[in-house]
Design a protein around this ligand. Structure first.
Ligand code: ADP
Ligand code: MG
Length: 278
């Protein structure tokens, strides 16, 4: 799908190509499929459990979660406070590992990995968006977006170009030299989304991304996620707000460490069709 096919593309252009155009490798034209023969499931959890132990106490934060998220899905994970959302987010984001069970991210078994390997997988596979935008205040927008590329190295001019392209993809082509304080909350979160996109990750993992935004900026960021989804990005959005969760095509409810409801991948087609007709 090209940006012009998208219902609301005129307000924020999102390129249909991956942001990271270099280096070109087989499958690099589709996010998350850089390995030949990789499965189309970006996330596969099988009976994942997480037990926190502190002193004499044990808390079973996840009590057997199995789920599969395919490439290109837009999924919200929602549930009340204490239900296990953050724990699940940390596991999905390779910031923590399950106590038991299996997690495959883009076909790779994450369970047995060392800290260094997890850090490498995080950098390569996942673009994070947080509630507090986590931008460095002294750096311009493009320098903030460039940061994840600095860890991987590569020529300076190419890093700048990729950062500028990612900012254009989130509708901020005219703000590349602005510092965070010179941008609205919604624009700062868009810079953070550009930073998440710039490495061309398999998965965009957003943890309460609208939690610090007013309703207009919330609409703005949710509109951006919608357009990213329309060009094939895989998005997992964690939120306790039902209205925000409703922006996704599939909603998973978590309660007491288990998934209690899953609207299912099939909901996507019906909703997309409704949107196109609208
Ligand atoms: P949510 O993000 O949905 O509010 P969490 O995943 O943060 O839920 O927490 C799930 C449960 O695990 C809660 O009962 C919480 O108190 C507990 N928990 C979370 N993190 C820790 C930790 N590091 N040590 C001990 N218990 C924890
Ligand atoms: Mg939480």
């Amino acid at each position: 799908m090209t940006p012009t096919d998208s219902p609301s593309a005129e307000s924020t252009p999102v390129a249909s190509r991956p942001v990271a155009s270099e280096p070109v490798e087989p499958g690099a034209d589709r996010p998350g499929t850089s390995e030949p023969g990789a499965s189309a499931a970006v996330i596969e959890l099988t009976d994942v459990r997480k037990i926190y132990r502190s002193g004499l106490f044990e808390v079973a934060a996840l009590r057997g979660v199995s789920l599969s998220i395919q490439e290109g899905e837009y999924v919200a994970i929602t549930g009340p406070s204490g239900s296990g959302k953050s724990t699940l987010m940390h596991i999905l984001g390779c910031l923590d590992v399950p106590t038991s069970g299996l997690y495959r991210l883009a076909g790779e078994d994450v369970g047995g990995m060392s800290e260094d390997q997890l850090a490498e997988v995080r950098n390569r596979r996942i673009g994070f968006v947080f509630q507090q935008f986590n931008l460095l205040p002294s750096m311009t927008a493009w320098r903030n977006v460039e940061l994840p590329l600095c860890y991987a190295g590569g020529p300076r001019s190419e890093r700048r170009q990729r950062a500028v392209d990612a900012l254009a993809d989130v509708g901020l082509a005219d703000r590349v030299e602005h510092r965070p304080a010179e941008l609205s909350g919604g624009q700062q979160q868009r810079v953070a989304v550009a930073r998440a996109l710039v490495t061309n990750p398999s998965l965009i993992l957003a943890d309460e991304p609208t939690g610090n935004l007013d309703s207009a900026s919330t609409e703005d960021v949710l509109g951006l996620f919608r357009r990213l989804h329309d060009v094939g990005r895989t998005i997992v959005l964690i939120t306790h707000e039902a209205e925000v969760a409703a922006a996704a095509d599939r909603v998973l409810q978590v309660r007491d460490g288990v998934v209690t409801a899953d609207s299912g991948p099939a909901a996507r087609t019906a909703r997309s069709a409704r949107k196109v007709r609208a």
